[in-house]
Design a protein around this ligand. Structure first.
Ligand SMILES: O=C(CO)COP(=O)(O)O
Length: 224
C-alpha cells in the first residue's frame, strides 16, 4: 500500500449526465463520501462548471485540459492562470480523448506549474508513462484506450500495464505518483489497482453515468 491514502479522481468528461445540475449532484455525492471516508476525491468537471464547483464544494477541482500558452493573445485557448482563478487546483493533460504532442504536453506541464496547478499527465501505454514522468508532473495516469468507457476494469483486464507503468515512472522519477484508469467502477478495482502499485484511480463513466453516484462512490472507497 502507498504511504498516503489512495486518491480517487472523477473525470466528468462531456457526458450529458456531467454538467449543470447533474454536475452538482455528482459533486455533492463526492463531497459527502469524501467526508465520511476521509479519502481524497478530486472532481474534474467541464470548464464551465469549474467556478461553480469550486465555490460550492470543499473538493479539489481539476480542469480536464489546459493549453501550454502564456497570458496574451491566444483566442480560444485555455489559460492555466484563468483555470486557477476559477478555483481549480490542478489539471489533466493529454487524455486519450484530448491527445497532445510531447512538445505540447511539456508546454502544458510548464504552464500548469507556473500557475500553481497540480498536474496529471494521462498516458496510453508504458512507454508514454516513462516519457511523461520525465516531465516531473505530480501524477501520471495510465489508461489503456481500448478499455476506457468499456466497463472492463484495467485492474483485472490488463494488470501488467499498471505494474509496468509504475516501474517505468518510478525508474525515471520516484516522486511522481501513478494513477490507474479505464473501466474502474468498484472498490475491488481500486483495491487491486493499489495492490499493483498505483497511488489511486482516475475514472469517469462508473460514477458519472451511475443512477446514484453516491452508491458507486461509497463502494469505490470501501476497500481502501
Ligand atoms: O478515461 C477515463 C478517465 O479519465 C476512464 O474512463 P472510464 O472510467 O469511463 O473508463
Amino acid at each position: 500500500m502507498p504511504e498516503e491514502k489512495p486518491v480517487i479522481m472523477i473525470n466528468f468528461k462531456t457526458y450529458n449526465e456531467s454538467y449543470g445540475f447533474r454536475a452538482h449532484d455528482i459533486a455533492e455525492a463526492a463531497e459527502t463520501v469524501a467526508e465520511e471516508s476521509g479519502i481524497e476525491i478530486v472532481i474534474c468537471p467541464g470548464f464551465m462548471d469549474i467556478h461553480p464547483m469550486s465555490n460550492h464544494y470543499r473538493l479539489p477541482v481539476f480542469a480536464q485540459h489546459i493549453d501550454g500558452i502564456s497570458p496574451g493573445a491566444h483566442t480560444g485557448h485555455i489559460l492555466a492562470e484563468a483555470v486557477r482563478a476559477a478555483g481549480a487546483t490542478g489539471t489533466l493533460i493529454n487524455h486519450s480523448e484530448r491527445r497532445l504532442t510531447l512538445a505540447d504536453i511539456s508546454a502544458a506541464v510548464d504552464a500548469a506549474k507556473r500557475a500553481n496547478l497540480k498536474t496529471v499527465v494521462c498516458t496510453n501505454n508504458t512507454a508514454t508513462s516513462g516519457a511523461a514522468a520525465a516531465l516531473s508532473p505530480d501524477y501520471v495516469a495510465i489508461e489503456p484506450p481500448e478499455l476506457i468507457g468499456s466497463g472492463i476494469s484495467v485492474a483485472t483486464a490488463d494488470p501488467e500495464i499498471i505494474e509496468n507503468s509504475v516501474n517505468a515512472v518510478k525508474s525515471v522519477n520516484k516522486d511522481v505518483k501513478v494513477l490507474a484508469g479505464a473501466g474502474i467502477s468498484s472498490g475491488s478495482c481500486v483495491k487491486r489497482a493499489v495492490e499493483l502499485g498505483s497511488d489511486g484511480v482516475l475514472l469517469a463513466s462508473g460514477v458519472v453515468k451511475a443512477e446514484d453516484p453516491a452508491v458507486v462512490l461509497r463502494d469505490l472507497v470501501s476497500k481502501i
